[in-house]
Write a protein that binds this ligand. Sequence first.
Ligand SMILES: [Zn+2]
Length: 473
Amino acid sequence: MRVGLVAVVTVAALVVSGCTHTQTPVPTPSTVSLGPGADGIGDSLYPSAGNGGYDVGNYDLDVRYDPASKVLTGTAVISATATANLTAFDLDLHGLTVASATIDGADAKPSRHADELVLTPASRLPIGRQFHVTVKYSGVPVPYTDPSMGIDGFLATPDGATAIGEPEVAASWYPVNDHPRDKATYTIKITAPDGLQVFSNGVRTGSEPAGGGLSTTTWSVTSPMASYLATMVIGHYRVLEGTADGKPVLSGIDARLPATIDAQIRRTPEIVGYLATQFGPYPFDAMGGIVIDDDRVHFALENQTRPIYSNAFFRGGGDATVVIAHELAHQWYGDSVSVNSWVDIWLNEGFATYAEWLWTAHQGGPTVEATFDDTYDNTSAAVWQSPPGNPSKRELFGYSVYYRGAMTLEALRIKVGDDAFFRIIQDWAKQRAFGNGDTQQFITLAEHDSGQQLDAFFHTWLFGTTKPLRPTR
Ligand SMILES: [Zn+2]
C-alpha cells in the first residue's frame, strides 16, 4: 500500500487515509541527443517525479540524524549509467540544503529549481557511461502535506523520526531518481544517539559506536528497491529478532505501545509462509515489521522487507493480521514487481486486497467467494463509474483501485479457473521479480497462461464505467 485504516474492514470505523498530493506540474522537455536529462521520468500522474537520462544502479546513503535539533546530515553516493548524452541532469530533492555535489570527483555545479537538484558534469556524459554522483546535504527535513489527505515524508517524532509515504517520501531525506521505474540496490548507514533503536530495509550488516554518544548501523538492500519503499526509523522501540527459513527476522514496536501488539507482529513469518503457498517463494532475504506511535500517520506501508504500521490498526487488541497480510503481499506485488507508472497502482493494491481475502478465508473467516459476492453487491454506483485501471491522481488510493481491483482478480479466477489463475499470478511474480510491470503486460500474461482471449474481460473490469455482469461460477 499504503492501506488506509478505512480500507480494512475490521477497522472500518477508523479514519481514512488515501494519498494524493497536489504539486505544480513541471513541463517535461524531450531529451535531445546532446542536452539535459528530462526533469520527469514520464509519469502521467506525477510529471516531475523521477528524471530522464540516467539509470541508478545503487544508492550508498550515509545519514546522521539528531532528534534534539531535528537536523539530518547526509552524504549520498549514487552510482548510475547515462541513458542519453547528458550535458546536465536532475535528481529529486525536497527541502534540505546541498553543500556540495560532484560527478566522478569533479564539481557538478549544483543548482536548485523547485524539488529538482540540477547537476552539470564538467564534460558531457555519453550514453552508456557509468558515473558516480556524491551529494553532501543537510537540513531539517520538510514533509509533504496535503490538508485533506494527511502527511508523508521524513517525519520528526519526539524521540526520533520515521520516513514513510507514497508516492512522495524519498526526496525528503535523500537525493533520488524518485520513481519506481528506476529501482536500485542500497546501502543505508544511519548514525543516531546511543540508546535509540534504528531500523531500515534489508539485512542489518553492522552496528558500531561512532563516538560522541552516537552509534552507526548499516543496512544492505541487495534486491532492487523502489525509492518510496526506502525507510529509516529511529526511536525507543522494543526489538523482536529471530530467523525464518534461514532469513533474519527483525521487527520493532514503539516502546510506548502495548506488548499485546508483539504477538501479532511475531506472526510475520507465518503469514509470509502462507502467502508463499499462494504467490510463490518470498522474494527477499529479510523480513519484519515496524509499529509506530505517530498519530499523524493513519496508514500502513509496504516498505521493502519491513512494512511500517500505524499503531491505530492494533487499538482495542483486535486481530490486525489482515493488515499485516496486506503489506506482506505487497512484498511480491508492489515491491518485487513494481508499477511501471503510478496509473498501474491496481497491480499493487488490487493484489494486496485480494491477499486480505485469501488470508481471511485461511483464518476460517468468509470464503474468498463470499467476500467477492458481498463486495460486488455492496459496491456503490460511483465506484463502478471509476475504473481502477485508469485512476486520477486523487483516486490513486481510492476504493475502486483496492476493491474493484481485487474483484477483478476474483472474476479472473472464476473465468479461467483456479489452476490458470494461480499460474498467472505466480508467473507475474516470478517473471517480473525485482523489476516492473504494467497493466497491458499483465493482460498479455493472463491470456498466455490461460489460453483465453481476455481483452474484453479486462476492459470491462478495469476500464469500464458500468457494473460488470456477475461472473458465473
Ligand atoms: Zn496496499
